[in-house]
Design a protein around this ligand. Structure first.
Ligand SMILES: [Zn+2]
Length: 283
């Protein structure tokens, strides 16, 4: 028999262990209260320059939607989300890529892209907003910059070795363009670790909520990606396909809403007439 005063100590210890175990269940815990900056990476000015070069390379490879009703809708949605992000002082630019696969990606310095296929497959504005929020999360988390840094560190692409020097030193545009091209087509820039993806989901969820959207839109989007992945996997862009399984992402979001954002999936904007009009325009 354990003396009472020891037993009560034991009970306190057990309760503490149980609380720790429950808290450890939430994969987002490690991202809470992180602060973000360019320290240890390219400066923001150089990041923006490299982002612009990457954009020029992307323009050569993809057809961009020019219908101003569509582009201004996506831009306005993106700007509202960006202004509520943890990197609101950056200038963001949003582009719509004419491609039927379900995809979206962010590069460097505020450049964000979404495919027409994703907008067409989405059932609500909140779902599209959740994807843009995730991509803005990559910009906030400096995930593209981390990939540039890793490429330099391990010399996986010889041409990348001097990327910072090339940008800062203002070498010829063609040279930097080649570096940007290597970043894209070497597949290094947008391929993030699974933890970086989870962090972008976490940041995107809170961005969605702060912008006044129903957070259930993010859960629905992951379920939609899961369905498409099962029924028509070739429609999933390879960038989204490399993320953690959509089922896991839905579950992480559900847990976070239940523990920290209770009720946020039953209020806020889900859909708008404008979204339906834009979707119809893309048909
Ligand atoms: Zn991502």
């Amino acid at each position: 028999m354990i003396p009472f005063r020891h037993r009560s100590g034991l009970i306190v210890l057990l309760i503490a262990l149980v609380i720790t175990a429950i808290a450890a269940d939430n994969v987002y815990n490690k991202f809470r209260n992180r602060s973000y900056s360019n320290r240890g990476y390219l400066s923001e000015a150089d990041e923006i320059k490299l982002g612009a070069q990457v954009h020029d390379e992307l323009r050569k490879q993809h057809r961009f939607v020019t219908d101003s009703a569509v582009t201004s809708y996506v831009n306005s949605l993106g700007q509202r989300l960006a202004s509520n992000s943890k990197r609101a002082n950056l200038r963001y630019q949003f582009f719509v890529v004419d491609d039927k696969s379900l995809n979206a990606f962010a590069t460097l310095g505020g450049y964000v892209y979404v495919h027409t296929g994703l907008i067409q497959a989405a059932e609500s504005e909140a779902q599209v907003a959740s994807v843009l929020g995730h991509e803005i999360g990559h910009i906030v988390g400096r995930h593209g910059l981390e990939n540039v840094k890793q490429s330099q560190k391990y010399g996986t692409l010889a041409a990348i070795a001097g990327v910072a020097g090339a940008v800062i030193g203002g070498k010829s545009g063609g040279n930097i363009g080649q570096l940007a091209g290597n970043l894209i087509f070497g597949g290094k820039l947008m391929k993030h670790s699974r933890d970086a993806e989870r962090e972008a989901d976490y940041l995107g969820l809170y961005d969605l909520q702060r912008t006044g959207y129903n957070t259930g839109g993010m859960v629905e989007m992951f379920k939609l990606l899961q369905r498409v992945g099962q029924q028509n996997p070739n429609l999933l862009g390879n960038i989204l396909a490399s993320h953690p399984p959509a089922g896991e992402r839905a579950e992480n979001t559900i847990v976070e809403i239940r523990e920290k954002l209770r009720g946020s999936d039953s209020r806020g904007v889900s859909n708008t007439n404008e979204f339906q009009r834009i979707k119809a325009r893309l048909r």
